[in-house]
Write a protein that binds this ligand. Structure first.
Ligand SMILES: Cc1cc2nc3c(=O)[nH]c(=O)nc-3n(C[C@H](O)[C@H](O)[C@H](O)COP(=O)(O)OP(=O)(O)OC[C@H]3O[C@@H](n4cnc5c(N)ncnc54)[C@H](O)[C@@H]3O)c2cc1C
Ligand SMILES: *[C@@H]1O[C@H](CO)[C@@H](O)[C@H](O)[C@H]1NC(C)=O
Ligand SMILES: *[C@@H]1O[C@H](CO)[C@@H](O)[C@H](O)[C@H]1NC(C)=O
Ligand SMILES: *[C@@H]1O[C@H](CO)[C@@H](O)[C@H](O)[C@H]1NC(C)=O
Length: 543
C-alpha cells in the first residue's frame, strides 16, 4: 500500500465519531467497507470478506473458531463485524480501517484461547479472522517451512510429513490449535525435552503493524522479532506467517500409556515420576495425567488415576530397557509399547482413537466444543509423598478438576530465560496444567466448576513457584490479572505479565512502545506501552 492512511477519509470518520458516540452496526459496516475499498488493490473483492451482524452467515462464521462454549452463549457481547481477509493486502487495509474508526480489533487464528480473548470483548470490537491463511510451504532442502498464521498444527505436521518422513516440528499435541496464537505465545508439545519450544525454532516472521506496513525480521527490529516469539502476537500487530526450522525425527518412535490408581500404588509412581521425567533421556517425554475417578476396588468411593503417556523418539526395546532401569515402578512391558511412524504418533497423541488416519490432521473441525477452564503452575522442587496424599484428598473432595504434569528438563535447561519472552526454563521440573471441562449448561454449573479449579489452584500454593508465581501465557487465565483501569495501565499490565514473562516484561514493554505507542493492539492481557511515550520508530524501512 502506497498510502496506508488517507487523511481526508480519517477526518470524515473523526467527524462521524463526534456526531455519534457509537455507530449503529449497519453504519460501522458501511463505513468499514468503504474504507477497505479505498485501501485495497482489490476493491470489488472486499465485500466478500466482511460479515455484518445482520448477515445470514454471521453466526456460523463467528462460531466456526469459537472453541470454548463459555463464550458462545447469547449473553456474551458479539463483534460488530467479522472480517475474513484472504490476502496480505486485506489485512493491511483491515488494520488501517479499524484504527481509523477507532474500534478494537481482536485477531483470531485457531480460536483456542482458553479465555476467548481472540473473539470476545467487553466493548465494541471487530474480529479479524485469519482462517483463510492456511498455507504451509515446506522446503526440505533448507529444512524450513513458512507457516501462515491461520494454519492448524495438524496441517503443519501433515504438510511436513507429506514432504519428508524424517522431519517434524516441536509444537502442541492438539491438531486444531492455530499457529497465530500458539507460536506467538510459546508452543510446547511432546518433543519439548529434545527440542524446546516452537518459538526456539522460529527464524523469520511477517507481521502487519498498526500503520498497515508488512514487516519481516529484517525490517521489524530486533526487539519486536524477539517479542513475537513468546510474548504473544496480539499486543504488537497481526502475524501473517512464521518461518520455522524443521527438526529431525526418527523413522520409528514409540508411544505408550500406563494407568495406575491409588490402590495400585499410584502415589509411589508419582514420587518416582518426579525423579525420572525431568531428568531422563531428552528423547523421552512422560506426561502424567491425574484424575479423580470411581474406584473399582471400593464401591461408591473415588480414587485418583495416574496415567503416564509417553513419546520416545526411538524404538521400543531401548525404551523398555531404559525405563526398567530408571522407572521400575512403572512396570513397562514391551507389549504395552506401540512402535510407529512419527506422524502416526501425532494422531495417537491427539486422542483420535476412532480409527482416524493421518488425514484427520487436516480436519480443523475435528473438535467437540464444551465449556472449559485452565490454569497453570511451575514446580521447582519435588512434591513429597505426604503432600501428594493431601492433594489427592482435595481432588477427590472437589470431584472434577484434573492435573496434568508436563516434564521439562533437557533442551529447556539449555535455553537462557531471556532468549525469548518465555522465561520458565532451567530450574523448573515440570509444569502443571489444571483442567476442568464440562457439558452442563447454565451459570450454576459454570460457577461451580470455575470455583473448583480456583480452590485447587489455591491449595497448591505451597508446592509451586513463588515471587512471582509463574504461569504459561498460552494457558490464558484472566484470574491472574487483567487491564482493570483502562486499556493501557502499566501497573495492571505488570501484574499478569510478571507471572507469564518474569524479567522479560520490560523488554516486551519496550518493543510494544516502539511498534504501537498508542496501544491500538490491546486486549485483556496485552503488553502495555510506556505511558506518554512519543514514537521513536526504529523501523528500518517500509514495505
Ligand atoms: C484443546 C487445546 C489444546 C491445547 N494444547 C496445547 C499444547 O499442547 N501446547 C501448548 O503450548 N498450548 C496448547 N494449547 C494452548 C494454545 O497454544 C493457545 O490457546 C494458543 O494461543 C491458541 O492459538 P490459536 O491461534 O488457536 O488461538 P486464538 O484464540 O485464535 O488466539 C490466541 C491469542 O493469540 C492472538 N492471535 C491469534 N492469531 C494471531 C495473529 N495472527 N496475530 C496476532 N495475534 C494473534 C489472539 O488475539 C489471542 O490473543 C491448547 C489449547 C486448547 C484449546
Ligand atoms: C454475507 O457476507 C458475506 C461476506 O461479506 C457476503 O459474501 C454475502 O453476500 C453476505 N450475505 C448476505 C445475504 O448479505
Ligand atoms: C496460499 O497459496 C495459494 C497458492 O499459492 C495462493 O493462491 C493463495 O493466495 C495463498 N493464500 C494466502 C492467504 O496467502
Ligand atoms: C503396592 O506397594 C506395596 C508395598 O510396597 C506392595 O506390597 C504391593 O504389592 C503394591 N501393590 C501393587 C498393586 O503393586
Amino acid at each position: 500500500m502506497e498510502n496506508p492512511i488517507s487523511l481526508p477519509f480519517l477526518s470524515v470518520i473523526v467527524l462521524l465519531l463526534h456526531l455519534s458516540n457509537s455507530l449503529p452496526t449497519t453504519s460501522i459496516y458501511d463505513t468499514f467497507l468503504h474504507c477497505l475499498q479505498s485501501h485495497t488493490n482489490q476493491p470489488d473483492h472486499v465485500s466478500n470478506i466482511v460479515y455484518a451482524q445482520t448477515n445470514a452467515s454471521y453466526t456460523s462464521v463467528l462460531r466456526a473458531f469459537a472453541r470454548n462454549a463459555r463464550f458462545t452463549s447469547p449473553s456474551i457481547q458479539k463483534p460488530s463485524l467479522v472480517v475474513t481477509p484472504q490476502s496480505e493486502n486485506h489485512v493491511q487495509a483491515s488494520v488501517v480501517c479499524a484504527k481509523s474508526i477507532d474500534v478494537q480489533l481482536k485477531i483470531r487464528s485457531g480460536g483456542h484461547d482458553f479465555e476467548g480473548v481472540s473473539y470476545v470483548s467487553q466493548g465494541p470490537f471487530v474480529i479479524l479472522d485469519m482462517f483463510n491463511f492456511q498455507n504451509v510451504t515446506v522446503d526440505v532442502q533448507n529444512e524450513i517451512a513458512v507457516i501462515q498464521a491461520g494454519a492448524s498444527l495438524g496441517q503443519v505436521y501433515y504438510r511436513i510429513w507429506e514432504k519428508s518422513k524424517v522431519h517434524g516440528f516441536p509444537a502442541g499435541a492438539c491438531p486444531t490449535v492455530g499457529v497465530g496464537g500458539h507460536l506467538s505465545g510459546g508452543g510446547y508439545g511432546n518433543m519439548i525435552r529434545k527440542y524446546g519450544l516452537s518459538v526456539d525454532h522460529v527464524v523469520d516472521a511477517k507481521i502487519v503493524d498498526v500503520k498497515g506496513r508488512v514487516l519481516d525480521k529484517a525490517t521489524m527490529g530486533e526487539d519486536l522479532f524477539w517479542a513475537i516469539r513468546g510474548g504473544g502476537g496480539a499486543s504488537f500487530g497481526v502475524i501473517l506467517s512464521y518461518t520455522v526450522k524443521l527438526v529431525a525425527v526418527p523413522d520409528r518412535v514409540t508411544v505408550f500409556q500406563v494407568d495406575k490408581t491409588l490402590e495400585q500404588n499410584a502415589t509411589d509412581l508419582v514420587v518416582q515420576w518426579q525423579q525420572v521425567a525431568p531428568h531422563t533421556d531428552d528423547r523421552l517425554f512422560l506426561r502424567l495425567v491425574l484424575q479423580p475417578v470411581r474406584s473399582n476396588v471400593v464401591k461408591g468411593q473415588k480414587t485418583i488415576r495416574a496415567s503416564v503417556e509417553a513419546l520416545f523418539l526411538g524404538e521400543a526395546n531401548e525404551l523398555v530397557t531404559l525405563l526398567g532401569k530408571e522407572f521400575p515402578l512403572l512396570g513397562l512391558k514391551k507389549e504395552l509399547c506401540h512402535e510407529m511412524r512419527w506422524i502416526d504418533s501425532v494422531v495417537w497423541w491427539a486422542n483420535y482413537n476412532d480409527g482416524s488416519s493421518v488425514n484427520a490432521l487436516l480436519d480443523r473441525t475435528h473438535y467437540s466444543v464444551h465449556s472449559n477452564k485452565r490454569k497453570s503452575d511451575y514446580v521447582q522442587t519435588p512434591i513429597s509423598r505426604k503432600e501428594l496424599t493431601w492433594i489427592w484428598k482435595k481432588m477427590i473432595e472437589l470431584g472434577k478438576v484434573e492435573l496434568v504434569f508436563n516434564p521439562y528438563g533437557g533442551k529447556m535447561n539449555e535455553v537462557p530465560s531471556d532468549s525469548t519472552p518465555f522465561p520458565h526454563r532451567a530450574g523448573n521440573l515440570y509444569k502443571i496444567q489444571y483442567t476442568v471441562s464440562w457439558q452442563e449448561l447454565g451459570a450454576a454449573a459454570e460457577e461451580r466448576f470455575l470455583s473448583e479449579i480456583k480452590v485447587l489452584h489455591n491449595y497448591m500454593t505451597p508446592f509451586v513457584s513463588k515471587n512471582p508465581r509463574g504461569a504459561y501465557f498460552n494457558y490464558r487465565d484472566l484470574d491472574i490479572g487483567i487491564n482493570n483501569h483502562g486499556k493501557n495501565n502499566y501497573q495492571d499490565g505488570k501484574v499478569y505479565s510478571m507471572k507469564y514473562f518474569k524479567n522479560n516484561f520490560e523488554r516486551l514493554v519496550k518493543a510494544k512502545t516502539e511498534i504501537d505507542p498508542e496501544n491500538f493492539f490491546w486486549n485483556e492481557q496485552s503488553i502495555p506501552s510506556y505511558p506518554g511515550h512519543k514514537e521513536t520508530a526504529p523501523i528500518n524501512s517500509f514495505s
